[in-house]
Design a protein around this ligand. Structure first.
Ligand SMILES: NC(=O)c1ccc[n+]([C@@H]2O[C@H](COP(=O)([O-])OP(=O)(O)OC[C@H]3O[C@@H](n4cnc5c(N)ncnc54)[C@H](OP(=O)(O)O)[C@@H]3O)[C@@H](O)[C@H]2O)c1
Length: 292
């Protein structure tokens, strides 16, 4: 089976490296061609100069793209050559859009899966991603064995869209959690506690400690927001949750509030920074002693 990868951003690049090292990657494509050229030069993988060219070369196409628009545009370009092929979309996009695109792909004789991931860029490097797959069950084992070259767990969640709904469950929780962590951190520091002490407490001793507090607490103490997961992506995911909650008729007050905070962070110029930078909203909006 020949495999192509479209999207060499923070996640796609690293997934590509893992697949190449396992001998499972044949062609890459990226909208900004210079990234694909660099990948091709560094790792000796063929680069396609268009989405259509890539699709002619391979049997399975992995996508790791930013958002709804990127995936919609790319899948539309794939439709011409999708007969007999499999599209595995690892991006986090709207489940409803993914289901719609899967139907289009099916009409043209192809098969599509949603396969969003839980884990950061560091976890890709350590092959510790968790992948949540939605789509026809009969092709799942083949996809699983491919993805285990870059992930530690690949779970089958059900029909098309179900992988993405599971991913939204995760991101609703971490979106609200990191905003709450920022609120708690800010309170602690304003009270006079040492930022390092608060960070260590949140990461190691708090009854609400978690893998996320382990990653984000130190970022808050040092205010080094080097991007693991960008604020713009968290805002995008919470916007998807907002729309899906409306469609499903469920209330989502916690994620709605968190969404407003990440929007404010973006308005402050923190769009490309890690979403732990939501702390700056609290920092900026509080009275009293700041930034000792
Ligand atoms: N980073 C994380 O920790 C993480 C964790 C879990 C899930 N995710 C999800 O994984 C996806 C990718 O994240 P990332 O961090 O790798 O994003 P990223 O670094 O911003 O990369 C985005 C990729 O999408 C391409 N792209 C954007 N708009 C496009 C368009 N209109 N047409 C074609 N290509 C387009 C970009 O191409 P250019 O190079 O030309 O801009 C780039 O290759 C997102 O949905 C994100 O929510 C990320």
């Amino acid at each position: 089976m020949r495999v192509g990868l479209i999207g060499l951003g923070v996640m796609g690049w690293r997934i590509g490296v893992n697949l190449k090292n396992a001998g499972k990657l044949d062609v890459v494509y990226n909208r900004t061609q210079s990234k694909a050229e660099e990948f091709s030069r560094k790792f000796g993988v063929m680069k396609a100069s268009s989405v259509q060219d890539l699709s002619k070369e391979v049997d399975l196409i992995l996508l790791m793209l930013s958002d709804d628009q990127a995936v919609r545009d790319t899948v539309n370009l794939l439709l011409e050559n999708v007969k007999g092929k499999t599209v595995v979309d690892m991006s986090t996009i709207s489940p409803s859009l993914s289901v719609e695109l899967a139907k289009e792909v099916e009409k043209r004789g192809g098969t599509m899966y949603d396969a969003p991931v839980v884990g950061t860029s560091i976890m890709v490097e350590q092959k510790r991603l968790n992948v949540l797959v939605g789509g026809p069950e009969h092709g799942f084992q083949e996809i699983k064995s491919l993805l285990l070259n870059t992930a530690s767990t690949v779970l089958y969640m059900g029909r098309n869209g179900m992988g993405l709904y599971a991913k939204l469950v995760n991101n609703l929780l971490i979106g609200a959690y990191v905003a709450s962590m920022a609120e708690a951190f800010n309170l602690g520091v304003r009270s006079g506690l040492d930022p390092k002490q608060v960070s260590e407490f949140l990461a190691k001793y708090s009854s609400a400690r978690s893998p996320t507090s382990e990653l984000k607490a130190d970022m808050m103490a040092t205010r080094d927001y080097s991007t693991q997961f960008a604020t713009k992506h968290m805002r995008k995911d919470l916007e998807i949750i907002e729309r899906e909650a409306q469609k499903l008729g469920v209330i989502n007050p916690m994620s709605s509030l968190a969404l407003q905070l990440y929007r404010m962070a973006e308005a402050m110029g923190l769009s490309e920074k890690d979403y732990a930078s939501v702390l700056e909203i609290y920092s900026m909006s509080s009275r009293g002693k700041v930034d000792s």
